[in-house]
Design a protein around this ligand. Structure first.
Ligand code: 2U9
Length: 340
């Protein structure tokens, strides 16, 4: 029996030596030391041994078990170390290599201009308000004193969704909502996307951007309006800038005016860009809020008065950066955008 154990030990050690996979090691353990393994089989025959021989064979069997167990542990450690080294060698990381460059983006020039305008008005005490781009016909036209037959209400000029719902044609409905929900004094500015059924050309786009302001309080006059616009234009384009107010008509303001600003190229001297006039034309519109508009929003025009103004953000961006084609602002051509 001792001979049997010796042979088994030598076979186990030889097989262990030839094992190079962790899974094979487990098979080997089951084969020699498992419940139905070879060592158990040998031990089963111990019943036939004499009482003197039994403890001696038992001790030898135990030594063989410990020897095989230790052998398995050793090979297991060796295989684990080997596989770790293979993995580490495959994962060599050269930390001196340059990293992947992430290209930094920047604001779109139009959004940059819009934020610049909002910041100027905020510094003058205005709050920024926002509203939906899909509006009711009432908020967009009726509340603004627009007559039923006004050309801008025609479906060939405005994107209607239903008879009562449209894409806002100006940001004025945001001011209507604010007036309906809040009591004067009000000093607000609203900027955002607006929509008109225009064909695309160098200066027109069916989607464009407006910024409008509204002040309502007691004793608000044309003088407050003119001073606010002058301050704004000087803050935006420089202290030497002049403004010129020309009478105009809007249904929502009375009286109304269009504002021209000194030509940015020649600073008022007259050049080819301003046709020798010295003025950049129609940069802003403004006026005193029509009493009907105040009334439509539950504000008593006998107690309160207000002024309002509006400008095209796209047009301001084009004048500021000397852009002669509005399409460039919306085509997202990186060769154009990367210049800002
Ligand atoms: C309320 C009352 C009055 C806003 C105003 C203008 C004049 C104006 C144009 C500028 C260039 C539109 O984008 S543009 O074509 N806007 O000339 N906007 S007064 O008047 C309001 C607004 C809201 C409740």
């Amino acid at each position: 029996m001792r001979e049997l154990l010796k042979i088994m030990k030598e076979r186990a050690l030889l097989e262990l030596e030839n094992t190079n996979k962790l899974e094979e090691l487990e098979q080997l353990r089951i084969k020699f030391l498992g419940k139905k393994g070879e060592l158990t089989q040998v031990l089963r025959g111990m019943g036939s041994l004499s009482s003197e021989e039994r403890p001696i064979v038992g001790q030898v069997a135990n030594e063989v078990r410990v020897l095989i167990e230790n052998g398995i542990e050793k090979v297991k450690e060796k295989l684990k170390e080997e596989s770790k080294n293979i993995k580490l060698n495959a994962e060599i990381l050269d930390i001196s290599m340059p990293g992947t460059q992430i290209e930094k983006g920047h604001r779109h020039p139009l959004i940059g201009v819009m934020e610049e305008l909002e910041n100027i008005f905020m510094s003058m005490g205005f709050s920024i308000v926002q509203g939906p781009e899909v509006e009711t016909v009432y908020n967009n036209f009726d509340a603004l004193n627009s007559p039923e037959n006004h050309p801008s209400r025609d479906p060939s000029d405005t994107f209607y969704i239903t008879d009562d719902i449209l894409l806002r044609t100006h940001t004025s409905p945001v001011q209507i909502r604010t007036m309906k929900e809040n009591k004067p004094p009000l000093r607000i500015v609203s900027a955002g996307r607006t929509f008109r059924f225009d064909d695309v050309d160098d200066t027109h786009s069916p989607m464009f951007h407006q910024l409008e302001g509204l002040v309502v309080d007691k004793n608000i006059t044309m003088a407050n309006l003119k001073h606010t616009i002058d301050m704004f234009i000087r803050e935006l384009f420089g202290s030497q800038m002049k403004t010129r107010f020309r009478p105009h008509y809007f249904p929502f303001t009375e009286p109304s005016a269009e504002v021209d600003v000194s030509c940015l190229k020649c600073m008022g001297k007259g050049c080819e860009a301003c046709n020798g006039t010295g003025w950049s034309m129609e940069l802003l519109g403004c006026g005193m809020v029509h009493p009907n508009v105040l009334r439509n929003c539950g504000i008593d025009p006998e107690i309160y008065s207000g002024f309002a103004f509006g400008l095209g953000v796209d047009r301001i961006a084009m004048v500021k950066y000397g852009i002669n084609n509005i399409r460039l602002l919306f085509e997202n051509d990186m060769r154009f955008l990367n210049q800002f």
